[in-house]
Design a protein around this ligand. Structure first.
Ligand SMILES: NC(=O)c1ccc[n+]([C@@H]2O[C@H](COP(=O)([O-])OP(=O)(O)OC[C@H]3O[C@@H](n4cnc5c(N)ncnc54)[C@H](O)[C@@H]3O)[C@@H](O)[C@H]2O)c1
Length: 438
């Protein structure tokens, strides 16, 4: 698909980062990048900015920063465009989200106030708990997609972008099953013209992005680009797509701990996860339709990692429950509890309790940055269709139809780094290491 060590076009000029939704995640990402540019903060949690990559033998001592190893856009070259159903600018929206302290936001006010959202493509049938006024009107879903394409072209021109990527950071939509109209690009386009219910707003954005030559990453669990029609369009346009659902908080912990339990052949009776969360995302997820989309995304992780069909004595019929409770006093500062009932030698039961007092958007923001930079890289290299090497960032990673998704965080990281090594013509790392003992 792409040759080992093939030349990679330099990331010259501005990279437009188009963000759908300007809530907690988007504002924490943009304000964070502005603070980092001003030298007020460090890009903690971002693999592209802080991560290193080992090259060659362990004795070679070559471990450059990833951003020095592979040509990525510089964060000084990012420009931000957003769509949102409310008219607030990025400064007001960040204040409203309440993630970043006021003192820091005040220092970024002049940059943030300039970012004003474009009117959104929104339909309350797909996000029941919200209603907004800053919304586009159109006779058909295709009309709306065309308006988004005009927005994208105008943004590119105004900001003199040489390249663009789009990341969905808007609310979780109600659960939609794959439908026959999603099967091909032709049936999808016909359905758009006929205002079919199976075409959600997120799909209209993704369609507009891909038609405009812009790769699309999906930060929510919505179906969006995980349908054959979108995969067909991405391949036709030679563009990357990836998703779904940023892997932060509780699921990140799950995909760290579960591989460890499996590695040591410890069994599982059950895993009970519950959360309290008080931000707008929590309010949206309080609707059963949106929660169902999230629940599906969170539940699949353990089955895939633990492989009950391969280890029936250890992992058959374990209980796995996930709850999210909307609890306003907590705002964005989520608390996630996990009770894990495991068993060991001779079947003796044991328990693990986790209480993770996390900050959702603080964990998500560096993922948005990395995805924007890696999707831009993928576009420059000509990597088209599903980007499985970016599974590291997602709760429900997209993969080829004949595969099962890889959820183990450590395998995902190895895959990502080996992809980078391959792109630069370096040897892949297997960790065999017999040569050190010859
Ligand atoms: N923060 C995390 O750790 C995390 C992890 C995984 C996934 N996510 C997902 O990321 C998304 C963003 O999370 P958040 O905490 O910023 O939520 P948020 O509610 O603060 O922001 C989402 C914004 O999207 C807007 N919106 C909804 N539909 C829209 C549309 N069609 N067009 C434009 N704007 C629209 C809403 O008005 C809202 O301001 C959610 O779907 C969430 O489930 C977040």
């Amino acid at each position: 698909m792409f040759e080992k060590g093939a030349p990679i076009a330099d990331p010259k000029g501005k990279l437009g980062v188009l963000l759908v939704g300007m809530g907690a995640v988007t504002t924490t990402f943009i304000a964070g990048v502005e603070a980092i540019r001003k030298g007020l903060a460090k890009p903690i949690g971002s693999l592209t900015q802080m991560g290193t990559i080992r090259l060659g033998k362990r004795t070679d001592g070559r471990s450059p920063l990833i951003k020095d190893f592979i040509p990525l856009a510089d964060i000084d070259d990012l420009v931000f465009g957003t769509w949102e159903i409310f008219e607030e600018n990025a400064y007001e929206a960040a204040m409203h989200a309440g993630v970043i302290e006021k003192e820091l936001l005040v220092q970024l006010k002049s940059q943030l106030s300039k970012i004003k959202p474009m009117p959104a493509v929104f339909d309350q049938d797909y996000v029941k708990r919200l209603s907004g006024t800053h919304v586009k009107k159109g006779k058909t879903k295709m009309d709306l997609a065309e308006q988004l394409m005009e927005d994208i072209a105008a943004f590119k021109k105004k900001n003199r972008c040489s390249r663009m990527v789009m990341v969905w950071c808007a609310s979780t939509e109600v659960f939609i099953k794959p439908h026959p109209v999603h099967k091909t690009l032709a049936t999808f386009e016909k359905a758009m013209r006929e205002n079919h219910k199976a075409i959600a707003p997120s799909m209209i954005y993704a369609y507009a992005a891909l038609k405009s030559g812009v790769g699309f990453a999906n930060g929510a669990p919505n179906l969006t680009v995980d349908i054959p029609a979108m995969i067909e369009l991405a391949e036709k346009q030679n563009l990357p797509i990836c998703g779904k659902d940023f892997k932060t908080g509780q699921t990140m912990m799950k995909t760290i701990i579960a591989p460890g339990l499996k590695a040591r052949m410890l069994g599982l009776h059950g895993w009970y996860s519950t959360n309290i969360l008080g931000n707008r995302d929590g309010e949206v997820l309080d609707d059963p339709g949106s929660f169902k989309t999230k629940e599906e995304s969170k539940l699949s992780v353990l089955e895939y990692i633990l492989q009950p069909h391969v280890y029936p004595e250890l992992y058959t019929d374990f209980s796995h429950l996930v709850r999210i409770n909307y609890y306003p006093p907590r705002g964005d500062n989520k608390e996630g509890w996990d009770n894990i009932d495991i068993f060991g030698w001779l079947g003796y039961p044991m328990q693990i309790k986790i209480d993770f007092l996390c900050r959702d958007s603080i964990l998500a923001a560096p993922i948005v940055l990395d995805l924007a930079l890696f999707m831009d890289l993928a576009q420059r290299v000509g990597m088209r269709g599903i980007q499985e090497w970016l599974s590291f960032y997602f709760k429900s990673p997209m993969c080829a139809p004949q595969l099962y998704p890889e959820h183990d965080l450590f395998i995902q990281l190895m895959k990502l780094k080996n992809t980078l090594r391959h792109l630069r013509g370096e040897e892949l790392i297997t960790h065999l290491g017999l040569e050190y003992y010859d």
